[in-house]
Design a protein around this ligand. Structure first.
Ligand code: ADP
Length: 290
């Protein structure tokens, strides 16, 4: 099957996810409808059914990326997930990336920097975690924490975090130049939906481990976070590495949408199966004789 056939637009997508979700200069974080399903005309049942179908497409493309990597192709794809607590970053990794072969996935979650990480430049730990050729990298949080939580909590002076937007753009430009396609996903839930999800964590014994009392403290800083997310979109959504703004109150939608973004990114590589580096006919004969 040619790559183009695999990525054909489904009629329920009235606008392709890459177009419907791409951050625009006029995108206002405070006006994002977190319950919306941009570009998609189907309901939850449609969305869940399609996730499975499109997951198979994503998986086949990822296998091709991996196969090419094994044959020396230096290209890779990196999914960057940023979002407030409970936006569903973990679920995104499980349900979207979980659809592909784990041996081709390079997953890193970035928490509070360790003492060693703190001794280095903030991009040090990011550089160490970049995907190698043929890998599908996933960052659960990323260098963007250094202009989000760091900005909101004044962990460094404004002139320091202020200089990071340009530095990040430059860093990402080099990554793209060196063959990494970036898929930057900003995940948005409403304050109300976050409350509901946190309440569920408190209500269920199997979810207590996910609850962190600090998350409630952070809710008081919601406007400051919105401002920081706005600056991130305004200043780091570039042609070489645009942001996609994904409403996340409906998990079935956000997972399907990111699956589509990943399919698009992989399709653009125009991959094919690597050709054999041995004589197939000779090998067939050798095998028959063995
Ligand atoms: P999660 O909350 O995603 O399940 P953790 O419990 O590891 O994962 O929490 C990650 C925490 O680390 C978040 O509060 C996040 O803001 C914080 N963090 C990540 N990067 C940085 C950074 N560069 N500086 C300060 N805090 C950071």
């Amino acid at each position: 099957m040619a790559t183009r056939d695999r990525t054909q637009q489904h009629p329920l997508w009235t606008t392709p996810a890459v177009e419907a979700l791409r951050a625009a200069p006029h995108t206002k974080v405070s006006e994002i409808d977190t319950k919306a399903t941009p570009g998609f005309a189907g309901n939850k049942t449609d969305g869940e059914y399609m996730l499975e179908e499109r997951g198979a497409v994503l998986s086949a493309l990822q296998e091709m990326l991996y196969a090419n990597g094994r044959s020396g192709d230096k290209r890779s794809v990196l999914l960057i997930l940023q979002g407030m607590d409970t936006a569903g970053k973990g679920g995104m990794v499980r349900h979207v990336i979980g659809q592909v072969d784990p041996q081709g996935v390079d997953h890193t979650a970035f928490g509070v920097p360790t003492p060693e990480e703190k001794r280095h430049h903030y991009l040090w730990r990011i550089n160490k975690a970049l995907p190698r050729g043929g890998q599908l990298g996933v960052f659960d949080r990323s260098h963007y924490e250094d202009v989000l939580v760091v900005r909101v909590h004044n962990l460094v002076p404004p002139e320091v975090w202020g200089g990071r937007y340009q530095e990040i753009n430059q860093f990402e430009r080099e990554l793209v130049y060196n063959g990494t396609t970036l898929v930057k996903v900003a995940m948005f839930v409403s304050l109300g939906e976050q409350k509901r999800r946190l309440a569920e964590r408190l209500a269920r014994r199997d979810k207590h481990w996910k609850y962190n009392p600090d998350d409630v403290t952070e809710r008081a800083l919601w406007p400051q976070y919105q401002e920081a997310y706005q600056a991130m979109l305004d200043r780091t959504s570039t042609d070489h590495a645009p942001w996609y703004v994904v409403p996340c109150d409906r998990k079935w939608y956000s997972r399907l949408a990111v699956t589509e973004l990943m399919i698009d990114a992989l399709s653009r590589l125009e991959l094919d199966w690597p050709s054999a580096e041995y004589d197939i006919e000779v090998e067939k004969q050798r095998l028959a004789r063995s």
